[in-house]
Design a protein around this ligand. Sequence first.
Ligand SMILES: *Cc1c(COP(=O)(O)O)cnc(C)c1O
Length: 230
Amino acid sequence: MIKDNYQQVLASIEAAKSRRREVPKEAPVKLIAVTKNHDVAAMREAIDAGATEVGENRIQEAANKFDALEREVTWHLIGHLQTNKVKQAVKYFQLIHSVDSLHLARALEKEAAKIGKVQDILLQVNLAREDSKSGLYKEELEEAFREVDGFEHLRIRGLMCMAPNYDEVENCRPLFREMYGIYCQVKEMPWQRAKVEYLSMGMSHDYEIAVEEGANIVRVGTAIFGPRQY
Ligand SMILES: *Cc1c(COP(=O)(O)O)cnc(C)c1O
């Protein structure tokens, strides 16, 4: 089941790439299997199907699975991170997608320095300015980039965003398109440390549109694992 779903999502990503217009069709897309609220058995099934990247949104859950999984995978933190958990975050995750404030970036810099790590991060953008979501507003982005680019133990790898939960999924498209434009802009700028190459956007219900509009990382849970039990 998980195996079939995983293959199906990969096929849909390929199909979406072929429908791209402004974005180069061949530009690769990384699929992150979002494993939050699914157990390590399910995670292993996805890994057996070919998954190499997993996404979690809670530190404690990820820490528990980290020891139990016994497989080599790349761990992505995709959920909001509280500053009192940054120590664990830099320990477990290769890429933190959800850096949504300068306050958090400064705390991460401090903890990464303590363990001598250069932590890869994405800056999360709240493009739709939703109160329910975290993230920098687009006009705050350049200043945040400038400051974080000076941090020795953080390396900005790109941008992340979540589209609002529209009834009509097509409504996400202008947002994704705008994000791609912002991504292309910051990618072209001459940063000191930042190495911008990722645009993380698209979840189960909207990843095909995100890929059409230029996402190169999609974070997919439900379409691979089925609905989560809370
Ligand atoms: C849970 C989650 C996802 C995956 O959501 P699905 O709808 O299950 O694909 C993607 N991104 C973030 C930030 C999430 O919290």
